[in-house]
Design a protein around this ligand. Structure first.
Ligand code: GAR
Length: 204
């Protein structure tokens, strides 16, 4: 890594609890990293408020600010580069990543997903829908996955997984609470392993 502390760029769409978990781990010095910028497609995302309250640059970039999809892709990439992000974390980001960003940050974009991929991933599988599908399928075990991002939704090499037991009487909300706790721990753990060199990312 070029910087003494690995600089993290975030793409977020909603609440921002994964973002919060990483910020806290940085503050606690569990993670040798610093949040560099938070970008959201949703101007009213809670994650932007979290970033602002931590004095982290918080920027809304979406089809509203950039109606042209190629310009949008470039704007997100340039913003990450301007803030010198080394790694990009999709922390609850519900939009597809454009080709410009994928090329600029090849093998440096990390996603957290609330299931044991490849199960319950792909387009339309996000948030509570994932947990509802897990329950409908009668799964006994679910969990969280952190993976490198490639051209498709929820695909790309898996970097880490954590299992969560499905309990009798679970509903999507109760399951989501336990999976979310696993997500927070897993994301910090995988980032730690990347920063310490225990997980070696493929070449840029
Ligand atoms: C998390 O559960 C994350 O795994 C999920 O969105 C939630 C965001 O929560 N991401 C996906 O479903 C991506 N396919 P947060 O805003 O509180 O971190």
């Amino acid at each position: 890594m070029i910087h003494e502390l690995t600089r993290l760029g975030f793409l977020v769409s909603g609440r921002g609890s994964n973002l919060q978990a990483i910020i806290q781990a940085c503050k606690d010095k569990k993670l040798y990293a610093e949040p560099a910028v938070v970008i959201s497609n949703n101007a009213s995302a809670g994650a932007l408020d979290i970033a602002r309250s931590e004095s982290i640059p918080a920027i809304h970039i979406s089809r509203n600010t950039h109606p042209d999809i190629d310009q949008l892709d470039r704007a997100i990439t340039e913003t990450l580069q301007q803030h010198q992000a080394d790694l990009v974390i999709l922390a609850g980001y519900m939009k597809k990543i454009g080709p410009v960003l994928l090329k600029a940050y090849r093998n440096r974009i990390i996603n957290i997903h609330p299931s044991l991929l490849p199960k319950f991933g792909g387009q339309g599988m996000y948030g509570m829908r994932v947990h509802a599908a897990v329950l409908a399928a009668g799964e006994r075990v679910t969990g969280a996955t952190v993976h490198l991002v490639d051209y498709d939704y929820d695909s790309g090499p898996i970097l880490g997984q954590r299992q969560v037991e499905v309990l009798a009487g679970d509903n999507p909300e109760s399951l989501a609470i336990r999976v979310l706790a696993a997500e927070h721990a897993l994301l910090v753990e995988v980032l730690q392993d990347i920063i310490k060199g225990k997980i070696i990312l493929p070449d840029h």
